[in-house]
Each structure stands twice: as C-alpha cells, then as structure tokens.
Design a protein around this ligand. Sequence first.
Ligand SMILES: Cc1cc2nc3c(=O)[nH]c(=O)nc-3n(C[C@H](O)[C@H](O)[C@H](O)COP(=O)(O)O)c2cc1C
Length: 305
Amino acid sequence: MVTTQIDTTVRIAGKTWTNPVGVASGTFGFGEEYASLCDLEQLGAIFTKAVTPEKRDGNTPPRLANVDGGMLNAIGLANPGLESFLQLKMPKIESLPCPAIINVAGASVDDYIKVAETLNHHEAIWGIEVNVSCPNVDHGGMAFGTNPKVLGSLVKQLRKAYDGPLIVKLSPNVTDITETARAAEAEGADALSCINTVTGMKIDVNTRRPLISRGTAGFSGSAIRPIGVAAVWRVSKAVSIPIIGLGGIGCTNDALEYLLAGASAIQVGTALFSNPKIPNDITKGIEEYMQENGFQSLSDFHGHF
Ligand SMILES: Cc1cc2nc3c(=O)[nH]c(=O)nc-3n(C[C@H](O)[C@H](O)[C@H](O)COP(=O)(O)O)c2cc1C
C-alpha cells in the first residue's frame, strides 16, 4: 500500500497546533489533572476551565445530571479566580506539552478585560477563548453572546486588551448564530468556537422539582451534535475566520462530520467523562481517514461535502 505523507497541523492567527483535536473548557480542568489519563503531548490544544477575576464557588448543588443523550450542567463557573490561577495553575500550564488556551468569563465587560489584560503577553499561553454565555449584569442578566451588538462591543474591547489569538465561543441559544458570528469577526476575533451548551431542563415528576437546583442548565453530549454541526456549517458560510467545532463529539466520525461541515479543528467535551483517551483515539482516526482517502492536509477535505 502506498502511504501518503500527511500533515495534520492547524494554523490559527499565525500560531500552530500539531493536530486538530482539542479538549473543551470545563471538561478537562487545567490540563494537569488528566496527565495520567490521556497523552497530553498528542493533544492539539487544551481549553481550560473558565477563569474569572474573583474566585467563584459556583451554583448550589445539584448542578450536574445525566439525561438521555448527554448531561445537564449548571456549575456556575466555579474556579479559583485570577490570582490563584496565576499562582497555582500557571506554573503547571507552563510545563504542558501542548498549547493551552485560557477560557475567560465574567459578569461585566470589566471582568473580561481584567482577565484578558493580565494574561496578555504570558508566553505560556497560546491564546484565550471567551465564554460569552455568561449573564451580563449590566444588561439585566442577558447573556453577552445572545445580542450581536453587545457581543461586538465586548470583542472590540477585548481586542484592544489582548494581542494574542482571540477565540470567541458562540452560544447556540440564539435565533440566528450567523449574526453573532459576524459581529465577533467584525470586531477582531481570530477564530470562533462553535458551540457552547444548549439550554435544557429536566424535572423529577415524583418530587416535582427540577433535577438542577437553579432550574435550567446547559445541555451537552451526543444529542446536541446535529445542532453543533448545523451551526458550524452555517457559520462557515458567513465568516472567513477559522471555526473550532464542538458539541457532542465522541468518536472519529463525529469529529470528521464537524471538519466536513467547515470546522478547522474540534474539541471533545462531555465524552471525556466516560473515556479520557477519546481525543487520542480521534487524532489517530483522523490520520487513518486521511491515509485511506489520500488526503495530505486537513484543507483537502475540511468544508467539502
Ligand atoms: C461540566 C461542564 C462544564 C463546562 N464549563 C465550561 C466553561 O467553564 N466555559 C465554557 O466556555 N464552556 C464550558 N462548558 C461547555 C463545553 O466546553 C462545551 O462547549 C459543551 O459541553 C458542548 O460540547 P460537548 O457536547 O462535547 O460537551 C462546560 C461543559 C460541561 C459539561
């Protein structure tokens, strides 16, 4: 059999990942926690848990529940806060063998700017991913990512505060995701992650209470994959910056669907809870698919179907 010389590298904002398979924010801690469970060297990139200016304990439990086709979570951005992150997590991030992208969150524009400015020019960090699914206290709790104007203004200010790769993570909880995608691109985003969790809810009919203490939650896992693939496909027609696809990826074919729909790279999230090695398997699977089909680079098939 003739073997094709394959190149799995991905370039975003002039910086490279060795392969297109990353792990999603909130499902892989800050990386080090998974060192014994997954080959970190083989990961395209690690997207960390969200970092906010102040420490957050998150929402009152129960805040996780299994549901058909995935899970509900309302963790509420529990994280050690910026200062502890820099002291305790950053030294570990510096020794990670793959790119680390810090997920940034906040309740106001100032929160986001504070984290982004502090991380600016931190050599160990590959870039930042902005979680815009957070409630905006200045706008009555409406999420930053649901209004193109509010999102555009946030991205504009972040672009001034942060010089490295700026990735905006789109919420699927909107009428037209191409509008928020265009707003982020217009104000200087280098790439888009697509998608965050879908709003969901489950009620226990015996207790007549929702399973998650605060009622609604973020729905993730295999059931949301068709929503994510459709979003990537539509957004890829609307913008020209790279898209990192996620939502319900659990095997090589799921990842290939996203790449074919127009994603330049992907992230594995909820599926990690049942098997932390899935990203390594998917990377190998993509290489095999490229060999079998005679593709030399990801651009030979990404966005083609
Ligand atoms: C327990 C949990 C925590 C999460 N925390 C974050 C977070 O801190 N920031 C963020 O942008 N997304 C967060 N997400 C969303 C995921 O990164 C991802 O967008 C979503 O789960 C869809 O992908 P999946 O179906 O592969 O899990 C979280 C998801 C889960 C399940």
